[in-house]
Design a protein around this ligand. Structure first.
Ligand code: HPA
Length: 272
């Protein structure tokens, strides 16, 4: 991690905002509509921030939204940076370290994912209890800066237990059925083959996707408390007899966005 780069980017942003965000929220594919509920909004486009990569994927705008949301100061990432876009793992996680330096203590990461567990259905929301890094890379490879975090970070509680409990309570209170499971990262951008999905299931994955894991490793590295939520936008390859495509992913996230927004709102309200 290059602290000089991180500080440069952070400085640019902190000159433009007047409050310290407490919760960071990364909005996954098609899940950006939550930003309309932010008050006193201040938008900073990634393209104006030194060192920040710019997302190229449909459904991912590229902007930080700062403001008040359910009584807390927040920063939302409307659009994330993916590994499969050709970015280095370090670039993928730069925004995590920026948000940490800006002051966040909690991070909510959301994503669109394929359902691998056959008891899931398209449109379900899954609380991530753990992950499997099958990207064959790691954002922490390279020189470590002890000012940011340890060389060998513990990952045995990467997803915070209290935040999971808060999320589950919120689900119960709102009558939203929540699945719980392991998120399995593949690099993409091709979707998986049916044989790969069988492997994912055998290895313990409940949902499969192309993001989140690098960010969660970095967030864990710098001591953030993390909650992960997957929106199951489709059943994974080979489960239903139909081809996968990004249009379906966006269509499903659009269909469940009200449920998703209500859940995330309630969670932010209840986070201590
Ligand atoms: N596989 C990988 N990533 C995904 C999927 C999928 O089926 N759906 C949404 N993101």
């Amino acid at each position: 991690m290059d602290m000089i780069k991180i500080k440069q980017s952070t400085q640019y942003i902190s000159n433009k905002i007047s409050s310290v965000p407490y919760v960071g929220i990364i909005l996954g594919s098609g899940l950006g509509s939550l930003i309309s509920e932010v008050e006193n909004k201040k938008t900073i486009r990634y393209s104006e921030i030194p060192n920040m990569p710019i997302p190229t994927v449909k459904g991912h705008a590229g902007e930080f939204i700062f403001g008040r949301f359910r009584g807390k100061d927040v920063v939302m990432m409307n659009g994330r940076i993916h590994y499969y876009e050709g970015n280095s793992m370090q670039d993928v996680v730069l925004p995590i370290y920026i948000m940490k330096l800006l002051g966040i203590e909690k991070l909510i990461v959301t994503n669109a994912a394929g359902g691998v567990n056959t008891s899931f259905k398209s449109g379900d929301l899954m609380i991530i209890k753990d992950h499997i890094n099958f990207s064959f890379s790691n954002p922490l490879i390279g020189k470590n800066d002890e000012n940011i975090g340890p060389r060998f970070p513990d990952m045995s509680h990467a997803y915070n237990k209290e935040l999971i409990e808060i999320a589950q309570d919120c689900g119960r209170n709102l009558n939203i059925d929540l699945k719980v499971g392991n998120y399995f990262m593949m690099s993409g951008p091709s979707y998986e083959t049916p044989a790969e999905i069988n492997m994912v299931r055998m290895l313990g994955g409940d949902a499969v996707g192309m993001s989140t894991v690098p960010e969660v490793i970095a967030a864990n590295h710098c001591g953030l408390k993390i909650l992960g939520i997957s929106c199951i936008t489709n059943m994974a390859s080979g489960i239903l007899d139909k081809p996968l495509n990004h249009a379906e992913v966006i269509e499903t996230s659009n269909r469940v966005k009200d449920k998703f927004n209500r859940l995330v709102s309630e969670i932010v309200k209840n986070i201590k």
